[in-house]
Design a binder for this molecule. Structure first.
Ligand SMILES: Cc1cc2cn([C@H]3C[C@H](O)[C@@H](CO)O3)c(=O)nc2[nH]1
Length: 223
């Protein structure tokens, strides 16, 4: 790849909590031409000793603004990270931050409209000042009841209080953003995978995206 000015083929992996994004990314560890950028959850769970994720879930009205402003900073860092490979796979994006999570927190009253307005201004500023491009969005589409069960089994402590209705709302926001195109802008073509499939069947489903992603990687490398 011409590393001077050509950007890598960039894929955002999007989906509800528990839809299998980390598992999907791990499937691509086998390819050396792909750099994987997983969601910086550990940074959100320990910023100078503060677990912002836990604070947000425990008292969203008080901490949602703080948490989402830090999420946006860490996601921006990931978008801007220079990588040596022809393909970059990123877990979520500043787009899902804005159109799924921040939107949800406004609608459920955790963000005051004035706080939302500030986060939206930052999102618009970033959009205009720092071009964030993507070539493909892989949408791990899952049924809310399925991800609810997975979250219980995964047992990430901060998430045990997440109710099914939160996941249903987040699911609908993903659908409106990526499928119905009635919410915000969709920055790339969307490949939908059936994320309800369990571990044994999901590898076949991943292979469907593998072809699209790797073929594009060859294009990037060859031109
Ligand atoms: C971009 C973005 C990711 C993201 C994740 N989360 C939460 C959902 C999960 O419980 C956890 C890890 O994805 O963080 C959030 O509240 N707001 C977010 N915004």
């Amino acid at each position: 790849m011409n590393t001077i000015n050509q950007r890598p083929f960039t894929v955002f992996v999007e989906g509800n909590i528990g839809s299998g994004k980390t598992t999907f990314l791990e499937h691509f560890h086998q390819f050396e031409d792909i750099t994987l950028l997983t969601e910086p959850v550990d940074e959100w769970r320990n910023l100078k000793g503060w677990n912002l994720l836990d604070l947000m879930y425990k008292d969203p009205k008080k901490w949602a603004m703080t948490f989402q402003s830090y999420v946006s900073l860490t996601m921006l860092n990931m978008h801007r990270k220079a990588i040596p490979t022809p393909v970059k796979l990123m877990e979520r994006s500043i787009f899902s931050a804005r159109y799924c999570f921040v939107e949800q927190l406004l609608r459920n009253g955790s963000l005051h409209p004035a706080q939302f307005a500030i986060l939206d201004e930052w999102f618009n500023f970033i959009q205009h000042q720092i071009p964030i491009e993507a070539d493909l969005i892989v949408y791990l589409k899952a049924t809310p009841a399925v991800v609810y069960d997975r979250i219980k089994k995964r047992a990430r402590s901060e998430e045990q209080c997440v109710p099914l209705c939160y996941l249903e709302n987040l699911h609908q926001l993903h659908e409106d953003w990526l499928i119905n195109k009635t919410l915000g802008e969709c920055p790339a073509p969307v490949l939908v995978l059936d994320a309800d499939l369990d571990h044994s069947e999901i590898t076949e489903e991943y292979k469907r995206s593998e072809h699209q992603i790797l073929r594009k990687a060859v294009d990037v490398v060859m031109h």
